[in-house]
Design a protein around this ligand. Structure first.
Ligand code: NAD
Length: 421
């Protein structure tokens, strides 16, 4: 496959996504025409706009992105991230993973991703609302319920989705709940969406534990936000021992198991894990190396690399975060026999319930929480078993199997639609 000249989104994270694609494409003998189309996004928008902070006497220029990787399968779908690491390469890599993930789950979407290069922890809620509304109006022409549907991701929340939905609706002149998913229930959000990614992660974990014969798993979770805290709560409810959790400032560890409802109450009150009584402190690097059965990275990308993969002491790695493991680490983990449930499978519960929310919004109907959770668990179990069977049949690791299935489905759709004009 001829390498293209380096392009605007060429960053280490983009290169990781492309290297994964290339490896899968080579193995399935993917048509080179389709392969080269999948290496770059179909549309990538970069915006910059002025922003006035409450306490500042000067304007700041803020950078925003929305990347739509694949328009073949239906509207595009993907999160909005507020983080200082946001750039065109990161958004492109994440949009590619969204494409494979939606195809793997058989959802009628292509991948997208967007965000602002800001540290949301520096912003007061009023400022966050203003910056979200301005960003939404900057990308208003490229999003929409039939076009591209944002959702929460790192550093954003239900409330951010409510402001996006309101800004979009104000401009259109009527309420358009289907323009975003992961919004609050009172404006058309789905019951069960808040916990959906965490529930999907734990569903995959249980499937893998059954196969590895791990009972009452000891679980360590890096990241205690929307995904990590929900995964911890569900694992705790199901009788697993959550031995460590961490957030931006570091982590807490207790080998006998943390009382997760008390940890959640502590974070609600203090906004951080630090100071939780009766537990040892650990750093975000140390939490990855604690003895446990299951490690769940649920924070940011690039946490497990050639530098530390040798020191992981888990039997099972369930990737709740996107892109937490690099290629070198992948090879080491396979060699060491650590079972890896890859991100595009493990964290697919979020977009799956986003899909349920989009359906409910477009048809003005509402499912019960039991219906949502039941359908989610069924789809996650089916996807896990399909990837597991393919990995055995093709003698592959789970990541390669998941990527191959997703990419094969997209290639079939692209072949069928043909080339315009
Ligand atoms: P969040 O902002 O709600 O929580 C992130 C957590 O990670 C927080 O506890 C934060 O303190 C911690 N964190 C931030 N930077 C860190 C760092 N450098 N080191 C260690 N910890 C850090 O975000 P989220 O929605 O829970 O997303 C977490 C991961 O899951 C991301 O990779 C995201 O792309 C992925 N994901 C999220 C969803 C979703 O539905 N929200 C769906 C699929 C995948």
């Amino acid at each position: 496959m001829q390498q293209a000249r380096p392009i605007e989104w060429d960053t280490p994270m983009y290169r990781l996504a492309v290297a994964q694609l290339d490896r899968a494409a080579e193995a399935i003998h993917l048509d080179e025409n389709i392969w080269s189309r999948l290496r770059t996004p179909q549309r990538a928008y970069v915006v910059s706009f002025p922003f006035w902070r409450d306490e500042f006497d000067h304007l700041e220029t803020v950078f925003g992105y929305r990347v739509q990787h694949l328009l073949t399968m239906g509207p595009t779908k993907g999160g909005i991230r507020y983080d200082l690491g946001v750039d065109l390469g990161e958004m492109t890599a994440l949009s590619m993973w969204m494409s494979w993930k939606c195809a793997l789950m058989k959802l009628p979407f292509g991948g997208a991703k967007g965000g602002l290069r800001i540290n949301p922890r520096d912003f007061a809620p009023r400022e966050l609302q203003r910056i979200t509304r301005r960003f939404t109006s900057e990308i208003i022409d490229v999003i929409g319920p039939d076009r591209d549907i944002p959702a929460p991701d790192l550093g954003t929340s239900e409330l951010v989705m409510a402001w996006m939905m309101d800004t979009y609706s104000q401009q259109k002149g009527h309420a358009v709940p289907g323009v975003v998913t992961g919004k609050p229930v009172e404006i058309g959000g789905s019951l069960g969406r808040r916990e959906a990614t965490g529930r999907g992660v734990i569903t995959c974990m249980l499937e893998a534990c059954r196969h590895l014969e791990i009972d009452r798993a000891r679980v360590a979770i890096q990241g205690f936000g929307n995904v990590g805290a929900a995964a911890a709560a569900i694992a705790h409810e199901l009788g697993c021992r959550v031995v460590a959790v961490s957030d931006f400032g570091g982590g807490i560890h207790c080998d006998a198991g943390l009382d997760i409802p008390s940890v959640i109450a502590h974070v609600k009150e203090n906004d951080k894990l630090e100071g939780f009584p009766g537990a040892d402190s650990v750093t975000n690097a140390e939490i990855l190396e604690l003895p446990c059965d299951v490690l769940i990275p649920a924070a940011v990308e690039n946490q497990i690399s050639g530098d530390n993969a040798d020191r992981l002491r888990c039997r099972l790695l369930v990737e709740a975060a996107n892109g937490p493991t690099d290629l070198e680490a992948d090879a080491i983990l396979i060699e060491r026999g650590v079972h890896v449930v890859p991100d595009i499978l493990a964290n697919a519960g979020g977009v799956t319930v986003s899909y349920f929310e989009w359906i409910q919004s477009s048809q003005q109907l509402f499912w019960t929480e039991e219906e949502v959770n039941g359908r989610l668990i069924t789809l996650m179990q089916q996807a896990y078993r399909q990837v597991h069977e393919a990995s055995e049949a093709r003698s592959l690791d789970m990541r390669s199997a998941a990527l191959q299935i997703g990419i094969e489905r997209i290639a079939a759709a692209k072949r069928t639609r043909g080339v315009f004009p």
